[in-house]
Design a protein around this ligand. Structure first.
Ligand code: FES
Ligand SMILES: [Fe+2]
Length: 390
């Protein structure tokens, strides 16, 4: 028996937007190099992209790189960005391009440094991007260091997550996320700490993973363990149109989404009911896709986040992080691997069926198939995607 869980008003089920007749995407959207290029231009160069969490550069001097698209067998990396934390604690994002002769400044995926020094002629930049050293350039008349700071990329934080946007004139991130204001505040996401990162190289189009994440129609067959603790038909959607989509599912009484089937850490936060009291949120798991590269899974005791980075029409880098409450790490019953192993298994089950789909979609026999009534969210995701590709 599932316990009765009171769901706060911000998570109330929305009207079912399922439209009979909705079909899966046409083949070209899932295999074409031309469409891939168009996506890179119209989506990945204009939208806010999840790049990481502020806890991943906790100390001044910490940095990591973001490549868009990620380097792959089939092409060079187009843009490389350096995300830093400076001495004042501020987070910055810069193009990984020296202002002297354009050289890539950093090659390692992450690290710690007191300055950013070009490996070519040793121009040196502060963690805030200012040029602070340029050998022999004082001999050049009219040269001013202040004119040659690293080119900044549009960067902003949402709930502790770092987002970047290659479009300098993009809508401010706060405005973009305004429809979700306060919705996730009770998970304390800005203070959570990462316990583990796993990267997956999936041989499937990035959109297949969004569609897969957005329904549990496949759960009984693909995820027998998941389906045992979280009934696949308990899904309710509370965001059913637009760039933010998803809802919640029940977790059986006393169960957790872990290998042991029990909670593996202290709760990450609490959910307030309409009357202001703490609700029992340990009976629900919330799943949201945030267009175009974030999957946000909110469990009672951990938050799992996927970043999706298309590498080619048929290949995607997926970066999965597990976050816990800082206090959980010191607790004797802290067993993050219990959740990590569970989702690593579940992730791989999903990637496998996505790869099988990719194979079939590439066939001359493929034609768009009808979505079921349990696939209203994948259909809505496709609608939003197509509106971006107009
Ligand atoms: S290219 Fe960077 S210092 Fe010359
Ligand atoms: Fe799945």
């Amino acid at each position: 028996m599932n316990k009765v869980v009171s769901v706060p008003a911000v998570f109330r089920k929305t009207a079912d937007t399922f439209a009979a007749g909705a079909k899966t995407l046409a083949q070209r959207y899932l295999v074409s190099t031309e469409v891939f290029r168009q996506e890179q231009e119209q989506i990945f160069s204009t939208q806010w992209l999840l790049a990481g969490h502020q806890s991943q550069i906790a100390d001044a001097g910490d940095y990591f790189l973001v490549s868009i698209p990620p380097s792959s067998d089939c092409g060079r990396t187009k843009e490389s960005l350096i995300i830093t934390r400076d001495k004042s604690g501020a987070i910055h994002g810069f193009y990984n391009v020296c202002r002297h002769r354009g050289t890539r400044l950093k090659e390692d995926a992450c690290g710690h440094a007191s300055v950013i020094q070009c490996p070519y002629h040793a121009w040196t930049y502060g963690l805030d991007g200012r040029l602070i050293g340029a050998p022999h350039m004082d001999e050049v008349r009219g040269f001013e260091k202040a004119d040659y700071s690293l080119r900044a990329v549009n960067l902003a934080l949402w709930e502790g997550f770092i987002f970047i946007n290659l479009d300098e004139d993009a809508m401010p991130l706060a405005e973009w996320f305004a429809p979700l204001n306060g919705k996730f505040s009770h998970w304390n996401m800005s203070i959570l700490r990462p316990a583990k990162r796993i990267e997956y190289d999936v041989r499937a189009n990035w959109k297949l993973m969004f569609e897969n994440y957005s329904e549990c129609y496949h759960c009984p067959g693909v995820h027998p363990m998941l389906a045992k603790v979280s009934p696949y038909d308990s899904a309710e959607n509370d965001l059913s149109e637009g760039p933010f989509l998803g809802g919640f599912m029940k977790i059986n009484k006393g169960a957790g989404l872990t290998m042991s089937g029990k909670a593996c850490a202290l709760p990450v936060g609490g959910i307030k009911r309409e009357d202001g009291e703490e609700a029992e949120d340990d009976g629900l798991v919330f799943y949201y896709s945030i267009f175009p590269n974030m999957l946000l899974s909110l469990h009672p005791e951990y938050v799992m986040v996927h970043q999706l980075w298309p590498k080619s029409p048929e290949r995607t880098l997926i970066v999965c992080d597990w976050f816990f409450h800082p206090a959980a790490f010191a607790h004797k019953d802290f067993k993050p691997e219990d959740a990590i192993e569970f989702w690593d298994m579940t992730n791989k089950q999903d990637w496998h069926v996505c790869e099988l789909s990719q194979h079939g979609i590439a066939s001359r026999a493929y034609e768009p198939g009808p979505y079921s009534s349990r696939e209203s969210i994948p259909a809505a995701w496709d609608r939003y995607y197509l509106s971006m590709m107009d």
